[in-house]
Design a protein around this ligand. Sequence first.
Ligand code: CO
Length: 150
Amino acid sequence: MKTMLRTTAMMLALVMSGSLLAQDCELTIDSNDQMKYDKDELTVSSECSEVTLTLTHSGRMSVEQMGHNWVLAESGDVQAIARDGISAGLENEYLKPGDERVIAATEQIGGGESTTITFSLEGLEPGGSYEFFCSFPGHVAMMRGDFIIE
Ligand code: CO
């Protein structure tokens, strides 16, 4: 009986630490018709083998009018990725096809929609300078934040 109790307690501890870890590796961010994200920074642990990010758009405007995505890149690449994405068009999520500077990116969404991606932190430096932004033409000025790997 004693052994069983101990085993149960250990299993419970494992399940709890597992769910805590999973929670730390799951990010959510909202966007809206005011061309804004609801967060200006996101933090993840470098121990996350995978990060799951969900972008929601709580506005009402269409993807053609007020499209938003979530693109992760090194800070120094953000402006160039955004500039090169303009001519790529909505059919390419306003990202140059095959742009190797893009670490991770969601599709473009409109009001009422949401999208989720999973990506690896492999090769990224804890404490490095990373940012997320929206590549819809002109939105990078308003929609940009820090992505912190602890
Ligand atoms: Co946008």
